[in-house]
Ligand binder design. Sequence first.
Ligand code: DMJ
Length: 453
Amino acid sequence: MNRKAKIIFLLGTIMITAFTVSAQTFTSNQKNAEAEKIKAACRFAWDGYTHYAWGYDALRPITKQGQNWYDVSFQMTPVDAFDTFILMGLKAEANDAKSLVLSRLNFNVNQEVQLFEINIRLLGGLISSYELDRDPVFMNLAKDLGRRLLPAFHSETGMPYRYINLRTGKTRDSLSNPAEIGTYLLEFGKLTQYTGDSVYYLTAKKAAFEVFRRRSDNDFVGTTIDVNTGKWKNRESQIGARIDSYYEYLFKAWKLFGDTDCYEAWRISNKAIKKYLLKETPNGSFFTRVDMNSGKETHSYYGALDAFYAGILALSGDIRTAQEIQKGNFYMWTHFTMEPEEFDFKADTIIDPAYPLRPENLESCFYLYRMTKNQNYLIMGKKMIDDILKNCKSKAGYAEVKNVKTLKLNDYMESFFFAETLKYAYLLFAPEKTLDLNKFVFNTEAHPLKIVK
Ligand code: DMJ
C-alpha cells in the first residue's frame, strides 16, 4: 500500500470506528427517554390494576378482572409494586399501593399459603417498603408474617415444608427443592435485625445448610428432596427452576450480612457449576443439566430462569464469564422472537414456548451494565424492553406470552412484572444514584434490602 492509500485506509478505519461507537452510545437524554418510557408503561399497567383489579392479588389484563391466589387476597401486586414506584418517583401510585397494603393486608387468616412465594414477594416486599418509607406499619406486618411462617421449619431436618396455614401453623408437603428450602436467608436475616431475635436467621441458615451438607461428591444438589428423610428424590442438578435462588441467597447473604459461611458454600458450589454445567458455544455460554452424582449430562436445557446467574457472577466480580453467559442470554431472547421459558441449546429448539413476563435476562443485563458501563448492555436491554412493551401489551396492562412463536397472550399479569421486570428495566437507564449497589442488595423478587454494616 502506498502512502496515500495508507492514509485513506487509516482515515476510513477511524471513521468506521467513530461511527460504530457513536451509533452505540446512549446520550443522557436518550437514557432519560428510555427511563421515562418504562415509567409510562408502569403507570399504564398500574392503571389497569387500579381500574379492574383493585385489592386483588393480580390483574387479568385481557378480560379486565382481578384474580386472587387463594380464598383471600394478600395484596401481592401492591406489595410487590410499592418499592418500584418509590424508585421511579411515582408518588401517586406509591400512595395507592401503600393505602391498599396498610388498610387490607391481614395475615390472621385460616389460609394455607406457599411459604416460598409468600416469603419472597410479601415478607421481602414489606421489609423493603419499611426500609424505603419508614412507616412502622410495614415492619409490624412483616414481623407478624415472619412469626407465622416459622412453624413451617418444624420438620425432621429443619428444612421447611412447602405449605403452611397462616393461622393454625399446620404444614403440608415434605417434597421440596433447594430454592424453596434455601431462599429465606435475606428476609429472615432482616427480621433478626429488626426484632433482635436470632431465631429467624438461624432457622433460615440451618435450612440452607441442610441442603448444602447433602451435596454430592461433585458439590451438586439435586432438584427434589424430602425435608423429613433428607433423601434426594430427583438427582438432576442445574441452576434454573427449583434450585436458582438457593445459590443466589448463599452469595447474597454474604453481600448483605457478611456471612462468610454462606460465601464459602457459594464458592464451592460455583466452582462445580462452572466446571460441570457451563458450556461455551458460538452463541454464548449456557448451563446444562447433569446427574448430581455422576456429573453426566441429563438434558442440555437452558431457560429464562437460568439467565439470572450472569448477574450473580457479575456481582461477584467474574465479569468475563458473566459476559459470555449474557451473550447466550441475549441469543436466547433474539433467536426465538422473544425469550422462551426453556430451550435445548444444543438442538437449538424450544422446549417450553411461554414468556411469563420474566425479569432474569434484564436483571443480568442491568448488573453487567452497572459493572462494566458497556453500552452494549443498554442496547440489549432496550431490545428486550421494546419487545415486551410491544408484544405483551394488552387492553389494560401487560400479559404473559403463551407461545413466543405465535405471540398469543395469556390473560395474566404477574406481580413480579412490577417488582422485578419493570424495576430492572428502569434501573438500567436511570441514574445510578437511584439505587446504589454498594448500599442495597436485591432479594430474589428484586426488593432492595439495606446492606448491614
Ligand atoms: C420470581 O418470583 C423470583 O425471581 C424467583 O426467584 C424466580 N422466579 C420469579 C421471576 O421469574
